[in-house]
Design a protein around this ligand. Structure first.
Ligand code: GLC
Ligand code: CA
Length: 564
């Protein structure tokens, strides 16, 4: 397909609950985001994606919305949102809100009405099933948050469906009224001036008719039956209807879809042709892990292992060819549902600076739209888990005690628990080396890491810091070569990854060592040897035209392009 893809956006994810607390209740707020707009602008990003800020009981940090038209008082109010939008726009920043389409909070008035019984007009906003046999669940599907997807409602004895927490009932998208309500909500905030949405978990809007049991499960076992509730064909219809309806009025609305289990073919479906569905989607399939590399002092089943660089290169190459050529693919390293990038894919102990910078270089200079998570730009690592509430770790006390019995130190145990907790990447933003990292004057809701070198104040004035590097990298990313250029993965010996970008008369090679040992690549860079690197991390030398990179080193070499 000869489609020129211009990806000029650089998106910065702000997790508002953990960004900056201005009224000292331990919870980040909208005033905090407003106060830091200059900081965000200076990073060079173009767009902010704000995690949910609508009214919510916070069973799932705002992904359980009880009123889509009001702002949660813990974050602020309508006036502050208006200021935020205006102040962001003054600085040339766009704003995306997070819209939860698949479910509401059980406290939402639609669900409260639905609970009144089968005759209530809102009953059909949700998904219900009568109990067929006493005590028997309607099927064997497992919820993402554990337990069955079915919850028995006490009045009628019917079951309602929830893919996530039982306080987050799924909406029935087959019901036209639901679809219209969601379009109305989307238009309301676009009318307030926001620039688009991140569409939460939209791939689950349709479930397999009849809710059949997953047959590949053992009897009596619950199973995560993705095939029956993710990426069904109707999802695409709902998405296109939603997109068309809002773009009729707001043609430039940007839609960033969360499509966790989408493969490249699905990703194309969800993003092509431009303007008819999402602009871009985030799939969680970018990072194949080498599961043989685990630390056997800790429970193995929860560990992901290390990045499998050979497979990662294949995945990136495939996405670049299949998706990058037809629509804007996203480039990301972490988000609020994952571990922090340095902890998961880099080496926070020995090569924190190098691995943070090189992973960013490798990922973001590819073709596509970078999506950064706040704190990544200062090399924040996973939260050291000191608070045990709301971590979704089963029997956490027992796990901790067992680890200490095995001779693991307290610090190591906290690091491990942090890595498997849902809050791994949701620790408070580290602004300074003051108390609570300058996030608040009281203990943050999530806990916080306090590290002398890893905070904004320390890095802002340091020309060698991760923060300074990110700013340079983002500027480079925004040049035509990296926003418009073609992409070609080069053959190199893993754990080296190398690719070439080219646009008009310019080209660049990006080459990285994604390991903690020095590596010689197979690449013959004789022709580039005399060029200076535009941006580099660590050290490199040439050995007969072949480049040798120090641990987690990377470089970007630009040169003229003389080909046709
Ligand atoms: C998405 C969000 C996640 C949330 C879930 C339910 O996956 O990113 O944080 O728990 O949807 O809304
Ligand atoms: Ca606050």
């Amino acid at each position: 397909m000869n489609n020129q893809i211009n990806s000029e956006e650089v998106i910065y994810q702000v997790y508002p609950k953990s960004f900056l607390d201005t009224n000292q209740d331990g919870i980040g707020d909208l005033k905090g985001v407003i106060q830091k707009l200059d900081y965000i602008q200076e990073l060079g990003v173009t767009t902010i994606w704000l995690n949910p800020i609508f009214s919510s009981p916070h069973v799932d940090n705002g992904y359980d919305v009880s009123d889509y038209y009001t702002i949660d008082p813990q974050y602020g109010n309508m006036e502050l949102v208006e200021i935020l939008i205006e102040e962001a726009h003054k600085r040339g920043l766009k704003i995306l809100f997070d819209l939860v389409l698949n479910h509401t909070s059980s406290k939402h008035k639609w669900f409260q009405e639905a609970l009144k019984g089968p005759d209530n007009p809102y009953r059909n906003y949700y998904i219900w099933k009568e109990e067929e046999e006493k005590g028997k669940l309607p099927n064997n599907w497992k919820s993402f948050f554990g337990g069955s997807v079915w919850e028995k409602e006490s009045e009628t004895g019917d079951y309602y469906f929830h893919l996530f927490d039982k306080e987050m009932p799924d909406l029935n998208w087959q019901n036209e009224s639901v679809r219209k309500e969601m379009i109305k909500i989307a238009k309301f905030w676009l009318g307030k001036g926001i620039d688009g949405y991140r569409l939460d978990a939209f791939i689950h809007m349709e479930k397999e008719p009849g809710y059949p049991d997953a047959r590949y499960a053992d009897p009596d076992q619950l199973i995560s039956a993705e095939d029956f509730f993710a990426n069904l064909p109707q999802v695409d219809d709902y998405l296109r209807e939603f997109s068309a309806s809002i773009r009729e009025v707001y043609p430039d609305a940007y839609l960033l879809g969360e499509a966790a289990s989408a493969d490249p073919e699905r990703a194309v479906k969800y993003t092509f042709p431009k303007g008819e569905a999402c602009d871009s989607i985030v799939s969680f399939k970018y990072f194949p892990m080498d599961t043989t590399k685990k630390d056997d002092r800790f429970p193995l089943e929860n560990q992901e292992g290390k990045l499998n660089v050979i497979a990662f290169k294949q995945v990136m190459d495939e996405w670049q060819r299949k998706v990058g050529e037809v629509s804007e693919m996203t480039l990301y390293l972490n988000n609020h549902d994952m571990q922090r990038v340095v902890s998961r894919l880099g080496d926070p102990a020995e090569f924190r600076e190098e691995s943070a910078k090189t992973l960013a270089t490798t990922m973001y200079l590819q073709r596509g739209v970078p999506v950064l998570l706040n704190g990544e730009e200062i090399g924040m690592k996973n939260l050291e888990l000191k608070r045990w509430e709301n971590t979704r770790i089963e029997r956490i006390h027992e796990v901790y005690a067992t680890l200490l019995d095995r001779g693991v130190t307290k610090e190591e145990a906290q690091t491990y628990l942090g890595s498997i907790s849902i809050n791994a990447s949701r620790g408070a933003m580290q602004w300074s080396d003051q108390n609570y990292a300058g996030f608040s004057t009281i203990e943050p809701w999530s806990g916080v890491n306090q590290e002398a070198a890893y905070n904004v104040a320390a890095q802002e004035t340091d020309t060698a810091s991760i923060l300074t590097f990110y700013k340079q990298l983002i500027q480079l990313k925004k040049t035509a070569l990296f926003t418009h250029g073609s992409y070609e993965m080069l053959i190199s010996k893993s754990p080296i990854m190398a690719y070439r970008r080219q646009f008009e008369k310019e080209q660049a090679i990006v080459v990285s060592n994604l390991s903690g040992e020095p590596q010689e690549s197979l690449l013959d860079l004789t022709n580039f040897k005399d060029q200076d690197s535009t941006l580099s991390v660590g050290n490199y030398t040439y050995n007969n035209g072949k480049i040798v990179l120090s641990p987690y080193a990377s470089l970007v070499i630009k040169s003229d392009y003389k080909g046709s």
